[in-house]
Design a protein around this ligand. Structure first.
Ligand code: HEM
Length: 538
């Protein structure tokens, strides 16, 4: 195909360089010299030694030797698709982000993933699923890097290496926890009881989805939207699948893991190929941007808490349709680099301490996973907005920059000014007040409530969903070798609900402990239920 762009040396640049590989009549070396044989090494005589001068042999094998890149440190196994996001225009009241106002259509790339398994692990394991979306907007790329569970295990990113070390295969035998001992995972989540809410969702049917097409997605953190007048609103992002939410039962998941470990990625690709394009509505819960960053007593900076939809309904703002499979898994699904800090004007962050660590971590890990700082030039990562950065050189640089003065302002390259300010469409951080206080590591007091929301979740379950949760805890805790870990697991359950604890304790053949926290019900008060959405979009 005709190259899209040509470098100053006349060579095709970017993605087009790679499209010629398999279609052309002649096989060539990487330098373009035509080859007449790729099946036999160059030898001294028919039965003689292979010659070191065989450049093709060495080039072919050397390249092959370096084909693999490190898998992601988490979310290594994934499947992805291209699509389009169509805004309903309903969010214009709360954000100036152009892709959410009017009826804009924005190309997207979405990657679904499991968290803990390696690249070759099975699809239908009990785990959280990643739901990461790259919106290629005209104002820059916006990444919504979410999960299919609305809360997270920890409240502070400094613990992220710890929870992942605890959840990954045991370091001695490298046996994944789903098949063997579970002690480290359960050790962590029972010693760090902020993990209780996420763990309870993991023990529910939500952690074994029927299909990626039938999962919800959540931005988890509270974000801050900014409208054209500069007014701010706190929001939580939600994806609602048009097909509804469906799960496998445990026995189905086990059978499918054996019969078809690629079940979810096959399901996604087959559906798209057949024209049954999966769709999700993007919605937001909206909260006033108050000084406390709370809503009806719920700390919006605590990523282990949800805001019940009875208190703040999810208001639809647009429709996502996935309509094309990647044509190259490596180039797209494997090399895509999401980052919660990829924001566009109109969308800002809050001071959630988990989000703060994420803002550092993704770029850092991608520099090592994708071999240097230039991965934004990879086709799947290229923004659709014009780029004019001052980044230069580095490993795997493919751009041929021109000009003498990579800094602004300068007086050499035609006297480039530095254009800044809101009227230029620049991304401007919202000038919110920073709370003052002494430098400290302690978390706010509200972060120490670890059980009231898990209790709310448990009480919202139907009888059959409760049965599944009891069976899941009994199976998973039953795999632990250490009695102390099982006992601490039961203590956590006692603090959620005595019935849940007793049933699991019976299954484990251990006594059920008493709760150590008050088992208060968290029911939305009638006044709160009537409150409805606080910031109606329509
Ligand atoms: C990858 C979600 C917390 C570090 C991912 C991916 C998702 C995700 C969906 C996969 C992206 C892809 O498909 O390529 C989340 C959510 C979190 C969370 C929803 C909490 C609300 C964290 C924290 C850290 C972290 C606290 C570190 C401090 C990473 C890293 C990767 C990753 C290093 C691999 C990125 C790559 O190699 O491209 N996360 N994550 N995550 N996450 Fe998170």
């Amino acid at each position: 195909s005709a190259p899209e762009t040509v470098s100053p040396t006349g060579r095709p640049t970017g993605a087009d360089q790679s499209t010629n590989a398999q279609g052309d009549a002649y096989l060539t070396t990487a330098q373009g010299a035509r080859l007449y044989d790729t099946d036999h090494s160059l030898k001294a005589g028919e039965r003689g030694p292979v010659l070191l001068q065989d450049h093709h042999l060495r080039e072919k094998i050397t390249h092959f030797d370096h084909e693999r890149i490190p898998e992601r440190v988490v979310h290594a196994r994934g499947a992805a698709a291209h699509g389009v996001f169509r805004s309903y225009g309903t969010a214009a009241k709360v954000t100036k982000a152009a892709f959410l106002t009017g009826e804009a259509e924005t190309p997207v790339f979405v990657r679904f993933s499991t968290v803990l398994g390696s690249r070759g692990s099975s699809d239908t394991v009990r785990d959280t699923r990643g739901f990461a979306t790259k919106f290629y907007t005209g104002e820059g790329t916006f990444d919504l890097v979410g999960n299919n569970i609305p809360v997270f295990f920890i409240q502070d990113a400094v613990k992220f290496p710890d929870i992942i070390h605890a959840g990954k295969p045991h370091p001695d035998r490298e046996i994944p926890q789903a098949q063997s001992a579970h002690d480290t995972f359960w050790d962590f989540v029972t010693l760090h009881t902020e993990a209780t809410h996420h763990t309870l969702w993991n023990m529910s049917d939500r952690a074994i989805p029927r299909s990626f097409r039938m999962m919800e997605g959540f931005g988890v953190h509270t974000f801050r939207l900014v409208n054209a007048e500069g007014a701010t609103t706190l929001v939580k992002f939600h994806w609602k699948p048009k097909l509804g939410v469906h799960s496998l039962v445990w026995e189905e998941a086990q059978l499918i893991n054996g019969i078809d470990p690629d079940f979810h990625r096959r399901d996604l690709a087959d559906a798209i190929e057949a024209g049954a394009y999966p769709q999700w509505e993007l919605g937001i819960q909206t909260f006033p941007d108050n000084a406390e960053q709370t809503f009806e007593g719920i700390d919006l900076l605590d990523p282990t808490k949800v805001v019940p939809e009875e208190l703040a309904p999810v208001q639809p703002v647009g429709l996502l349709t996935l309509n094309a499979n990647p044509s190259n898994f490596f180039a797209e699904t494997e090399q895509v680099a999401f980052h919660p800090g990829h924001l566009v004007p109109g969308i800002d962050i809050t001071d959630d301490p988990l989000l703060a660590g994420r803002l550092f971590s993704y770029l850092d890990t991608q520099i090592s996973r994708l071999g240097g700082p230039n991965f934004a030039q990879l086709p799947v990562n290229r923004t659709h907005a014009p780029v004019n950065d001052m980044h230069r050189d580095g490993m795997h640089q493919t751009a041929v920059h021109t000009g003498a003065a990579p800094y602004r302002p300068n007086s050499l390259d035609g006297g480039c000014p530095f254009l800044a300010g809101a009227d230029t469409g620049a991304y401007i951080e919202t000038p919110v007040e920073v709370p003052t206080g002494r430098k400290q590591r302690e978390a706010p007091a509200s972060f120490s409530d670890h059980f009231s929301q898990p209790r709310l979740f448990w009480r919202s379950m139907s009888p059959v969903e409760r049965e599944h949760i009891i069976a899941a805890y009994t199976f998973e805790l039953g795999k632990c070798y250490e009695r102390a870990v099982k006992e601490r697991g039961l203590q956590v359950l006692a603090n959620i609900d005595p019935e849940l604890c007793e049933q699991v304790a019976t299954g484990l053949g251990l006594p059920a402990p008493e709760a150590t926290v008050p088992l208060t019900a968290v029911e939305p008060s009638p006044a709160l239920s009537q409150l409805g959405h606080t910031w109606p979009l329509d």
